[in-house]
Design a protein around this ligand. Sequence first.
Ligand code: 5GP
Length: 120
Amino acid sequence: ATLAYDDSNIFARILRGEIPAKRVYEDDFALAFHDISPQAPIHVLVIPKGAYVSWDDFSARAPDAEIAGFVRAVGHVAREHGLVAPGYRLLANVGGDAGQEVPHLHVHLFGGRPLGPMLA
Ligand code: 5GP
């Protein structure tokens, strides 16, 4: 069962412009901004504009156009930051075992240094 979306979460507030973020990209489907606690020289969060708790919720419920728009936005942000040639990492935490902190789907984009082994 998917948790109900709570629009008081911090990323919903960023989407509404209620709290600031260092925005790097925005289109009809997605917003990208710098993580407040970067774990790499480039650490950007990409979120869909729709109200989805997680990758699970998004993949189950979102219309195809929103899924396509979001996936393209993630790729666009990586290209815009020059990360294709050196390489980069995408990560989405889903739920408690993964340590998901914010209940609005976000994909982490890491780059700018060799990233090492995948799991901590
Ligand atoms: P999670 O653990 O849910 O996958 O990742 C949440 C991420 O959101 C963390 O990397 C954390 O640093 C980031 N974060 C939490 N609050 C804020 C905020 O208010 N602004 C920004 N830009 N990032 C945040």
